[in-house]
Design a protein around this ligand. Sequence first.
Ligand SMILES: Cc1ncc(COP(=O)(O)O)c(C=O)c1O
Length: 422
Amino acid sequence: MSDTTNPAPATVPPCGPIPLIDLVAQFRSQETEILAAVTKVFTEQKFILGEEVAQLEAESAAYCDARFAIGCASGTDALILALMACDLPPGGEVITSPFTFFATGSSIWRCGGKPVFVDIDPLSFNLDPSAVAAAVTANTRSIMPVHIFGQCAEMDPLWRLATRHGLSIVEDACQSIGAAYKGRKAGVLGSVGCFSYFPTKNLGGAGDGGLMTTDDEQIAKRLKRLRVHGDIGVYEHLEVGLNSRLDAIQAAVLRIKQRKLDEWTLARQRNARRYSMLFDEYGLLDVVTPPPVLPERRHVFNQYCVRITDGMRDTVLKSLRASQIGCGIYYPKPLHLQTCFGSLGYKAGMLPVAEKACTEVLALPIFPELREDQQEEVVKGLARAFGRKATRRPSAAVPKPKFLSTGDRVSNASEEDGWATR
Ligand SMILES: Cc1ncc(COP(=O)(O)O)c(C=O)c1O
């Protein structure tokens, strides 16, 4: 039993503070190449779009199995440009998740559309397809699934809905580069895929950046135009777009980093498996629920968010932070309850699964360079936060988390090994 009224005093791990993410360690592993690539851009003095960006786009299209990839200034802009390219009319409804980063909802709002937030699936934290189906109206124009934390949403029912009602699908794949669903990569699971190169993403730049992918040539043409003020060249503007160009320095850095992306993803998946084993060995599976990997998914673990139930999440967070163990809450408040969306009329209690998730999720370090000893200290810190003795007992098998009643349908470890993407 936990003695949560009297948790053990916080102690800094013997390995020192453990960050939630360690970008310095990652940079050190490619420092020489990255600095050379940046120096080359300075030498050439071609800072915006140009050859580096074109090369990154070609390499990213190949990586995402997309016909076209178009760079832009951020993941937020990618979402806005994608909605513009899909002709979202003023007041057009876009059905999306409330359990996500703010930009998912704000991009719809910025385009003059109406975000329609529906509840999520409690296992994956992704859009619940039946809630999406129930929210379709005559004004619906698009569905914006978010592949949250690095795992793809359930896309088959969304495709069927989109086809039946003539809707576009704009994938918010900002956290999910390299993720896959039934053998197809995130980014080609809808009309347009949107990625973020924010530094903490699995493929992060040296500042802001974004990418859009599509298999549709007309949409690709339009996205290219929209990112440069709707200009078709020679100062001829067909429509009003944005100034949302990707810098050559970002592209140069990202091209170097993309070469290691699959290796880093494997390391993230290994770390996820190791957490599952450690939670079992430290007897924590009754209080800590690891994130499941759904069947036929490639989960890339941009975040590793466990569930901490019984109202203990904030106590655990405080205890870990006092022990200098990095952790975070993604997300503390769902989008439908954000003040700025008040005029949409949502009230607390309307989307209960998302609201509950906001009170229970806790992100733990999962970055590729995380060492085994550091990971064990995170788990020991969790045990102490629950007032338990941090003692390990060996376990033969990787455990099944307690809330997974779907039997073999779901595993709590990565399913990287064994199946290919398109
Ligand atoms: C789910 C999601 N959507 C959109 C964005 C926006 O991306 P950016 O920060 O590059 O604008 C992010 C980035 O944090 C995100 O995680």
